[in-house]
Unconditional design. Structure first.
Length: 96
């Protein structure tokens, strides 16, 4: 099954912020970050229940090489990505 995947506004903003950070001069890994994000998206679309549930119906898919994870829910054939969080930050205060 290939499900439809949609990003909520918060997730889009978090991805844009992470990309901007990785794409800055001296780091130059923005394209690699997006490629890894697309790899994880493909796995989620092909098998939405592949990644473990972490709270209620929310699944977490960790990215490789980057300390981020996609948090998503599955509703029928639609997957909603709620957030793309840095795994070394406290999500309540946004810092390390």
């Amino acid at each position: 099954m290939i499900a439809r995947l949609e990003f909520k506004r918060l997730a889009e903003a978090e991805i844009a912020e992470a990309f901007a950070w990785y794409d800055q001069d001296g780091i130059g890994k923005g394209a690699a970050f997006l490629a890894e994000l697309e790899r994880v998206e493909r796995f989620i679309r092909l098998n939405p229940r592949l990644y473990p549930k972490v709270e209620g119906d929310i699944h977490r898919a960790n990215l490789r090489r980057f300390p981020y994870a996609l948090f998503y829910v599955v509703d029928g054939d639609t997957i909603s990505v709620l957030s793309c969080l840095h795994q070394h930050r406290d999500p309540l205060i946004g810092g390390p």
